[in-house]
Design a protein around this ligand. Structure first.
Ligand code: SF4
Length: 328
């Protein structure tokens, strides 16, 4: 049974991020003089399909969905289908405009995941390739908070060689801005991130210190944080901070270039890899390992098996006693 349907509405975007995973697909379509966006009718058809699949959650992403002229038609259509959870992934720049905020807050079931990649204007604008984007995104989050969208905004920080050392500061900054949580994602080397591989993708050993400090800061100031695509050997004793344990059991992906009927399975069995040494690790049965493209660039050498009896049930781990996960 499908839990989540992830719909990419198109590739148009008002940012051009250094780590963007769809930038190559957009360039290919533009070269072929094809549309980089789905039509309203096509988006509606995918929403209808998700509803008839019985999905409880829907993720709307792009590109940047908020710059579409039909954004409110799409939201009206989603609203009519009674999904339990609606997540919109956005760079939040449109929230800078109060008229836009007044309209979008009319959809109380929508949760917003807002991409923010630095505490510094200069660095964020460099990463997004868009001067002024930091000002718009940060003011946008504040505007949404003032409008009462308190616990429905989470930040998304894609770490890279340009910003991994500020992870602890990002935890504080997002709390001050009014984000209820922050998801810190290790970059997936596709699109621009692949093009910029050795300038963009850090090694796990490089980010370890900043990551550990970030977890400590999050505990101190009580800002919820989770980490995506970080092998458990780099989250030791904080395993419950791995976002994979909170992901759905069955996500269906509807990208423009391809569809995946069970992306969860693809992620666990194909898109991520473990090294030969992983068999000796106590996390072997519960860890997904890094993205395959990380291994293609850096090999397995940074994966460090953790000694101990193999863990089969995450509830055996103390970190899950602090951060219980429903369904486990
Ligand atoms: S199984 Fe491999 S990647 Fe996962 S924690 Fe252990 S050594 Fe690291």
């Amino acid at each position: 049974m499908v839990d989540v349907v992830d719909i990419k509405v198109g590739y148009s975007c008002n940012n051009d991020c250094f780590h963007c995973v769809i930038a190559d697909k957009r360039r290919t379509l533009l070269k072929e003089e094809k549309s980089v966006d789905r039509s309203t009718k096509e988006v509606f058809a995918l929403i209808d399909e998700a509803a008839s699949d019985g999905a409880t959650s829907i993720v709307l992403t792009g590109g940047e969905i908020t710059i579409r002229r039909d954004i409110f038609e799409i939201l009206d259509h989603v609203k009519s289908k009674n999904f339990h959870h609606i997540n919109m992934q956005t760079n939040g720049r449109m929230f800078y405009y109060k008229e836009f905020v007044e309209r979008i807050i009319q959809y109380p079931n929508v949760h917003f995941t807002v991409a923010l990649h630095s505490i510094y204007e200069k660095d964020h604008d460099w990463i997004t390739g868009s001067k002024g984007s930091f000002k718009q995104t940060t003011q946008g989050i504040k505007n949404m908070k003032v409008a009462g969208v308190n616990n429905r905004i989470g930040a998304k920080f894609v770490l890279s060689k340009k910003n991994f050392n500020i992870m602890p500061d990002m935890i504080k900054f997002t709390k001050e801005l009014g984000c209820g949580s922050i998801n810190i994602a290790f970059p997936h080397a596709m699109g621009n991130a692949l093009l910029n591989f050795y300038n963009c993708i850090p090694k796990y050993s490089e980010i370890h210190e900043s990551l550990t400090k970030a977890i400590n800061v999050s505990k101190e100031i009580k800002q919820h944080v989770d980490f995506e695509a970080i092998p458990l050997c780099y989250l030791q004793e904080n395993e419950a901070y791995a976002s994979e344990f909170r992901m759905s059991d069955h996500t269906k992906l509807r990208d423009l270039s391809h569809s995946d009927e069970n992306y969860t399975k693809t992620r666990k069995t194909t898109a991520k890899l473990k090294g030969p040494q992983c068999k000796e690790c106590k996390y072997f049965l519960i860890c997904e390992g890094p993205w395959d493209d990380y291994v293609h660039g850096y090999g397995f050498e940074d994966l460090v098996p953790v000694k101990g009896k193999q863990i089969t049930n995450i509830n055996e781990l103390p970190s899950f006693k602090e951060r219980a996960i429903n369904g486990y």
